[in-house]
Design a protein around this ligand. Sequence first.
Ligand code: AMP
Length: 389
Amino acid sequence: MKILVLNSGSSSLKFQLFDMPQAKVLVKGLAERIGEKTSRFVANDFEVTQPVATHKDALHLLVNYLLDSKQPIIKNTSEIVAVGHRVVHGGNTFMQPTFINDKVKDKIRALFSLAPLHNPANLTGIETAEEIFSDAKQIAVFDTAFHHTIPEENRKYAIPDNFYKSGIQKYGFHGISHQYVSREANKLLGRNDTKLISLHLGNGASATAVLNGKSYDTSMGFGPMNGLIMGTRSGDIDQSIIFYLLDKLNYSSSDIQNILNKQSGMKALAGSNDLRDIETAANQGDKRAELALKMYAGAIKKYIGNYTAQMNGLDALIFTAGIGENSEIVRKLVAHDLNFIGIEIDPNKNQNPKKYQGDITGKNAKVKVFVIPTNEEKEIATQAYQLMS
Ligand code: AMP
């Protein structure tokens, strides 16, 4: 069964075509800078730089590639029986992968205010795919859905109840990634009754406590700004700072959004949002970069302590996404001095986790430490396949 997975951003479209249930990747690629003159389209080893005006043009390029590449991958678009779409915000409405119809689209539209940067782009991807793959079932897989199991005591903010009733609560993000890596970790542990902490450390970053396979708490909340320090986002800050900026320093609310979303985090601390630059600077003795790394790892450790206490123990700690999968230094700093809760990593294994199937656990450790490459597209294809079946 061929399932196409689309992850649609405002000016990008990432795609993977899977043959399910083996989850064999037939095509992987993306269109980026859609709407600009320098757009780029890549599918497997085929690449062109040409203006791609819209998401529809990008999908046409994909279809041409699928039908016309040297060895056509499909003979007819109707071979693609389902298109799985990553949709960032499912609010309180969507807890499961869902077949898309007009009502579902209306609800995704109604959630624009909660995810203004993502849901509109996700809907564009859906509407475009409906036109081009008109025979296929369209399926939405929500990034918030994995977190719907978070119990009320972790979901509710201590603010007047009318706000909770109107939907102001913790939703959490990166759910597709946390779900994928926590399931993979449970496979490695050989059981599902586990206490895990999943660390998704990419440009955006979040930590999730996963108890018995279900999300129990997560560091992002109502929006995707709080929790861990990120590339350009502050993570947790004292709310009073916002009012001080607003009322005393006369910044507008959009200035503050911009500051906390785009000018904070590692960029503010060390001058770059790319961790590789910061690691290089720290290696050369740059004190700002050293402090930034210490703060970055420190913020993660606070959540490890928090979640280990909440779950009354920990079986495994998981590192994933660009930084989690690639940064030996971040993993080392995070695991440092956590032996009191049984976390210790093997420095040799930490240098090359792939060689050890991602298991970098130290020899005296009680808690497993895994580096598991995330695969949100595969997770979406799997969930879409299960829904189709
Ligand atoms: P993602 O959002 O998952 O694509 O992750 C992007 C982040 O991963 C960027 O901040 C990069 O700095 C970081 N990253 C990618 N490769 C490496 C690497 N080899 N070492 C350290 N950080 C990396």
